[in-house]
Design a protein around this ligand. Structure first.
Ligand code: ADP
Length: 849
């Protein structure tokens, strides 16, 4: 109860601007706030404040249409209600917002705005004299104030009449009856207006009525209208007192310390609503345990007033429970022969992968169970991992859902938040199931190698539970708090590298490597898939745009450098867009202008593309080299290999990265000094050690190979400083496989001879000059091939890896397999390396695979 003059509102109030209803003194209203200013107010004032004063805020009705609400502060309504925030509830779902429960104290007017950001702060003047409400002054008012007394008495009597029409056995009604007598008359217009069915506009009129007399005058017709309405209802519908009660109570109001729902739009179908929900619960076909929980929650829900924050939480929970596909599934329609055709039609090359996928599907079909390892496609970006996953879903006739795991570092992302948390939500698995609406989709767990770890628990551990066929039939999401059977879900994972997949997770999966593509494969993929797809996406036809087979290799080698085909797809998209503009312009031109035959015959696309008044181009527009340059700009990548190897002290190595293989230059220079070695290019420890190994081996063998220092002495380091640099200096590099490249580079520096410009190499070295095998051969060779290298030197023991390479790559490259550094040097320099042929008996191995 707003009583006693003790409450003086502060003269500076933060203001809450709201579209939702009007707060009147003496009533309690629930406001949902999500605008930036209001959110700041809650965070910085209500949640941080510690005193009672800090919970007092001003509520100003925002009369601007929410549709047209902008960031600017609207003109403020001149009068507002100061209120105490009695409850603050935050939630992140469906978007971040707070729900505030505010009890109105008194009116105020805004004297001046102090600041607009981060929330509105204003100097205010208190309008209602709280002191006057100290005691019931029925008699005094009636006698002293003449007309006002009469009005207030009339109002009081009307309120008594209204209550008399309601069922007194309802505690709320009984309580209001009692309060009616004890409340000061002055408060009645506010309290009653917020209780009965009134529109926001009407409430605003009551709020704006500063003089008591006016307030009574404004509120009385509303009260009378309610009474008349009730009378009418009783007459026509023969309402039982029980129903009448709802008319009043559901529109609800306030007594100090109690609150009801004030929502104008609220339907009177609360009961029907829960009944419908109950029907849905029974119809959701959920397992016993889940049904039991739902019914329990439903029972609680029925007892809860709608305005309780928990009502919404429970309601959301139940809505999710009934929506989940407990027993809804699609029927698998697996036909291995059709699956093979579909996979082949969707994807060019990747034979090994497709074969393994078919085996996997065949076993699934024969065993009709999904137990078994989870397939994990590992390879550089853009090689079709996701796309194969999608095809698998199609072949099975199942729904497909991708769950991106990159950067997920909180286990509740997978397993959900407990419902006790504010803004709790189910995890991504349950959310995914809700989205697809069936319990047997194909889930693609994308980028399992990029799972993070944090204080909030290890998401990998949660994933393990999801993937483990022994456990996942009773996967318990924290939010649901009841088991959901995931055993029918087909999981497929993708990753760029296995190195960062948590070992326990890797253990559950069968890794299928998807290497990058060769230039020839890319050309095929482009013509069979990418170009037709892009044409369709841009609304073009082959009759309008033609990219000849001779242009594609140019796009691939001069505008992209990647293992997959994603940038290639983008470049083709760029060409389509440019052509689409031309074609569309041509359409409008032919409609608006009559064209002479000459000007419609521009041969060069460039003219068509850039001349202001282009005529419709002759169709199809053929993308030749000139057009390519016009659309995509000057080539981004040039064949730089041969250019870079024009000085002694440069060699070309091959590196492996999660994005595919790459060529890597190693540069060395020497200067007078004291035998120091400087290494630059962000090298890891292993790489640094390789450099030291290389120098030691060269020093030890300087005589054999006729290596000299700057002054012609036989110790290459004497009086000489050496600097080794690995360009692309910003990229961290590590690993032992650059060993042979460093040796070759230094041998070139010390001998003053040029390394062959078409050779690239990889291999680990030992102090004794042996060449040890390394990983990632396939990707590295593909990168060398992409870069136009002719000869690749690799460790002898890696020879077996060459078998996995496409035949055309093998045919185009000259492979030298080496067991020791002598062989490497011999193959790296034109005419062999001094000393090797004579003194060493290792024959040079050249295999053309
Ligand atoms: P990833 O998941 O490996 O990063 P995506 O599956 O997203 O790659 O593939 C990128 C694009 O390249 C997709 O449009 C896909 O259809 C296409 N693509 C990749 N490989 C092939 C292939 N072998 N045949 C046909 N299209 C392919």
């Amino acid at each position: 109860m707003v009583s006693s003059g003790a409450i003086q509102i502060p003269s500076r109030l933060p203001l809450l601007l709201t579209h939702e209803g009007v707060l009147l003194p003496g009533s309690t209203v629930r406001f949902s706030v999500d605008s930036p200013r209001n959110m700041h107010l809650v965070r910085e004032r209500l949640l941080k404040g510690t005193s009672l004063k800090s919970t007092i805020i001003g509520v100003i009705p925002n009369t601007r249409d929410p549709e047209h609400d902008t960031d600017d502060l609207p003109t403020l309504h001149k009068i507002g209600t100061a209120g105490i925030a009695v409850q603050v509830v935050g939630s992140n779902w469906p978007k971040p917002h707070y729900t505030l429960l505010i009890t109105g104290l008194c009116r105020f007017s805004v004297s001046s705005l102090l600041k607009e950001r981060p929330f509105v702060l204003a100097e205010v003047k208190q309008l209602d004299q709280l002191e006057r409400y100290t005691a019931p002054q029925r008699d005094a008012t009636a006698t002293d104030d003449g007309e006002l007394g009469e009005l207030s008495e009339k109002f009081y009597q009307a309120a008594v009449q209204l209550l008399g029409m309601l069922d007194m056995s309802v505690p709320v009604v009984a309580k209001f009856r009692r309060l009616l007598d004890s409340l000061p008359r002055e408060t009645l217009p506010d309290v009653v207006a917020s209780m009965i069915r009134t529109s926001n506009k009407e409430k605003l009129q009551v709020l704006d009525a500063l003089s008591l007399e006016e307030r009574f005058k404004k509120a009385l017709p509303m009260l009378t209208r309610q009474i008349e309405g009730l009378k009418l209802l009783q007459k026509t519908r023969k309402m039982s007192p029980d129903n009448e009660k709802r008319v009043l109570v559901r529109k609800g109001t306030v007594f100090p310390g109690r609150q009801f729902n004030l929502d104008e739009e609220d339907e009177d179908d609360d009961g029907d609503d829960t009944a419908a929900l109950e029907r849905k619960v029974h119809g959701a076909n959920m397992p016993e345990a889940a049904l039991k929980i739902c019914l329990k929650e439903l029972k609680r829900l029925k007892k809860m007033p709608q305005s309780m924050p928990e009502y919404a939480l429970t309601r959301n929970y139940l809505d999710l429970m009934v929506e989940l596909p407990w027993s809804k599934s699609t029927k698998d329609c697996l036909d291995i022969r059709a699956a093979r055709t579909l996979l082949d039609n969707d994807h060019y090359a990747m034979d090994k992968l497709k074969r393994r996928v078919l085996e996997y599907l065949a076993v699934r079909q024969l065993k009709t169970s999904l137990k078994g390892p989870i397939l994990c496609f590992v390879g550089p970006p853009g090689v079709g991992k996701t796309s194969v996953g999608r095809s698998i879903a199609r072949t099975l006739g199942r729904e497909f859902h991708r769950i991106a795991l990159g950067g997920v570092c909180d286990q509740s992302d997978i397993r959900g938040h407990r419902r006790t948390y504010v803004g709790s939500m189910p995890g991504r698995i349950i959310n995914g199931l809700k989205t697809v609406g069936v319990n047997n989709p194909v889930f693609l767990l994308d980028e399992v190698d990029k799972l993070g770890k944090s204080l909030q628990g290890d998401p990998a551990a949660a994933l393990l539970e999801v993937l483990d066929p022994e456990q996942n039939h009773s996967f318990t999401d924290h939010y649901l708090n009841v088991a959901f059977d995931l055993s029918q879900v087909l999981f497929i994972a993708t990753a760029n590298t296995t190195a960062t997949i948590p070992p326990a997770l890797l253990d559950r999966m069968e890794v299928l490597e998807v290497p990058g593509y060769t230039q020839e494969e890319k050309v095929e993929i482009a013509h069979r898939h990418l170009i037709p797809n892009q044409l369709e996406q841009h609304g073009l036809t082959p009759q309008q745009l033609h990219i000849p087979q001779s242009t594609t290799p140019d796009i691939i080698s001069r505008y992209t450098r990647e293992a997959g085909v994603r940038s290639l797809e983008r470049k083709i998209g760029a060409i389509c867009r440019a052509v689409a503009v031309k074609v569309a312009e041509g359409h409008t031109l032919t409609k608006t202008e009559t064209l002479t035959p000459e000007n419609s015959k521009h041969e060069c696309f460039a003219v068509c593309l850039f001349s202001d008044k282009a005529a419709p181009p002759e169709l199809p527009i053929v993308i030749d080299h000139i057009a390519l340059k016009d659309i995509l700009g000057p080539p981004v990548f040039e064949m730089e290999v041969s250019e870079r190897l024009t000085l002694p002290g440069v060699a070309l190595g091959l590196a492996w990265t999660p994005l595919g293989g790459e060529i890597m230059f190693v540069e060395a220079s020497r200067m007078e000094g004291e035998g120091q070695l400087t290494l630059t290019g962000q090298l890891g420890d292993v790489m640094k050690e390789s450099a030291h190994l290389a120098i030691s081996w060269l020093r030890a063998n300087a005589k054999t190979y006729q290596l000299t220092n700057m002054v012609g002495g036989s110790d290459p380091l004497e009086g000489t400083d050496i600097h080794l640099h690995f360009p692309a200096g910003a990229v961290t590099k590590d690993g032992p496989s650059a060993g042979v490249t460093i040796v070759t580079c230094l041998a070139s520096l010390f001998s003053g001879r040029l390394v062959r410009s078409d050779v690239a190499m990889t291999g680990e070295i030992t102090l004794r000059g042996l060449v040890l095998p390394v990983g990632g051969i396939k990707d590295k060779v593909l990168a060398a091939h992409r870069a136009g290298v002719k000869r690749v030197i690799l460790p002898k023991r890696n020879e077996k890896d060459l078998e996995e390479l496409p035949a055309n790559v093998r045919a185009n490259l000259d492979f030298i397999t080496a067991t020791n550094l002598g062989e490497v040097l011999n193959a790296s320099f034109d005419g062999g390396f001094p000393g090797v042929s004579g003194t060493r008996a290792h024959p040079q191995l050249t295999s053309k695979l």
